[in-house]
Design a binder for this molecule. Structure first.
Ligand code: FAD
Length: 410
């Protein structure tokens, strides 16, 4: 008999948001959630921040076991999905279990990128899961100094955390600026200055040479600036989407599992959500790695599963905490000329950057300016473009802009 079960693969942020949306909708399907990590889903963002600082801090569980029991959702943890048999609508697990599905949702997230020609070394760390974070936290308590390879969000968050712990920290970034793929050059420059002022050594355009491994440890790493002894190294060079089971099942993948605006793959019975997904974006397609994206896509997928025809049209937002720096971003920059207006924040050294393209507000980046960021989010979500001259006047409260902006609607 054909199953009407909804089977979800991956028990992370997107999967949990999907479970919550299905419960909220009060739907009557059987739901099974398969996760390869052995523990209940938890908040990932603290893993590079507070969790590393405090040996006593536990993971923040998203929903406890009782919630799943009450919701009638079967939790299958510590087991991985290894194959999708599309003709028979069956998901195969590593344990040998086979789960028939009516609808299947892939929420497999990403994994940390590694350097393929590097052997395993006890003092080289990755950071994606709670298990990684526990191992890193334990090693940090014993190490004298830290090297971070990669000046993206996770690398800088860990570097700032280590600096707060009093460890000498070096960040080696191959590109010409920090967070080069995600933020404007103006924000990169400010963050570089602040981290250097806080004592973090940062090398840009650092071309890593031949590493020296000894007795199962990375001992020396050379860059264009010279060779350095390594005590502990965090590899923070980006993430790769977990698309293998989708690809093996013949679903279209291109730096992510390809879905339409309703989160459906080319197979009407299979959807995908979260970091592992590439979704339509204007004339192109996009893959995002953020809590906002995971949660909002999950709600869209729930609507699709329940027979609706939703369309994911996000105004993406993201935050990163790097020591005393709180970065908040909303909107996305596109290629092409940019007009940037700086608005000073309420606290000394705080500010927001309002980026306009073709006369239209596209993106706002805030540094320690949460109130301006929240207002900017409202403006962007409403599709409003306040005049640059008004934005630049920090004496003008942004809520006045919100009221005044409809005349400027883009
Ligand atoms: P995940 O939460 O990664 O969940 C995917 C799950 O699927 C994982 O548990 C994985 O093990 C499992 N899985 C994979 N393959 C299989 C399989 N075959 N079978 C079973 N299970 C499988 N975002 C922000 O917006 N702000 C932040 O400050 C921020 N900080 C972060 C800090 C760290 C250290 C990390 C790692 C991420 C951070 N992120 C942050 C990103 C955010 O956590 C992700 O965007 C979010 O977790 C994506 O949710 P997801 O469900 O798509 O993937």
């Amino acid at each position: 008999m054909k199953s009407d079960a909804i089977v979800i693969v991956g028990a992370g942020h997107a999967a949990l948001a999907l479970c919550a949306a299905l419960v909220e909708a009060g739907q009557g399907h059987r739901v099974q959630l398969v996760g390869d990590e052995p523990e209940l889903a938890y908040q990932r963002p603290p893993l590079s921040k507070s969790f590393l600082k405090n040996a006593e801090e536990a993971t923040q569980v998203l929903r406890d076991a009782a919630w799943f029991a009450d919701a009638g959702i079967e939790l299958i943890l510590g087991d991985a999905a290894i194959a999708i048999d599309r003709p028979s609508c069956t998901l195969h697990l590593r344990s040998g279990r086979a789960l028939p599905y009516g609808q299947l949702v892939l929420a497999t997230g990403t994994r940390a990128r590694t350097l393929p020609d590097w052997p395993h070394a006890a003092n080289v760390h990755l950071l994606r899961s709670a298990q990684d974070a526990r191992r890193l936290r334990e090693a940090l308590s014993r190490c004298a100094s830290v090297t971070v390879l990669g000046g993206g969000f996770i690398g800088l968050e860990v570097a700032a955390t280590c600096a707060a712990l009093g460890k000498p920290v070096s960040v080696l970034e191959a590109g010409p600026r920090l967070m080069g793929r995600a933020v404007s050059a103006a924000l990169s420059a400010q963050v570089l200055e602040r981290h250097r002022a806080a004592g973090i050594h940062i090398e840009l355009q650092a071309q890593v040479g031949e590493p020296v491994f000894e007795a199962g440890r990375l001992r020396v790493l050379a860059t264009s600036a010279g060779a350095r002894e390594v005590d502990l190294l965090l590899l923070a060079i980006g993430a790769l989407p977990n698309t293998e089971i989708a690809q093996a099942a013949g679903l279209a993948c291109d730096n992510g599992i390809c879905v339409d605006a309703g989160m459906r793959t080319g197979d009407p019975q299979i959807l995908a959500v979260g970091d592992c997904v590439r979704f339509p974006w204007g004339a192109s397609a996009l893959r995002l790695e953020s809590i906002q994206n995971a949660q909002d896509q999950a709600r869209v997928a729930a609507a699709s599963l329940l027979g609706g025809a939703p369309s994911y049209q996000p105004v993406p937002w993201f935050w990163s905490e790097q020591g005393g720096l709180r970065l908040q971003m909303v909107g996305l920059l596109e290629d092409g000329p940019l007009e940037t207006v700086r608005r000073e924040g309420a606290q000394p050294g705080s500010f927001s950057l309002f980026h306009y393209q073709q006369g239209r507000l596209r993106c706002v980046e805030a540094l320690n300016a949460p109130a301006d960021y929240m207002m900017a989010r409202k403006l962007l979500e409403a599709g409003l473009s306040p005049p640059a001259a008004v934005v630049a006047d920090a004496a003008q409260p942004l809520r006045a802009l919100l009221a005044a902006a409809p005349a400027q609607a883009a």
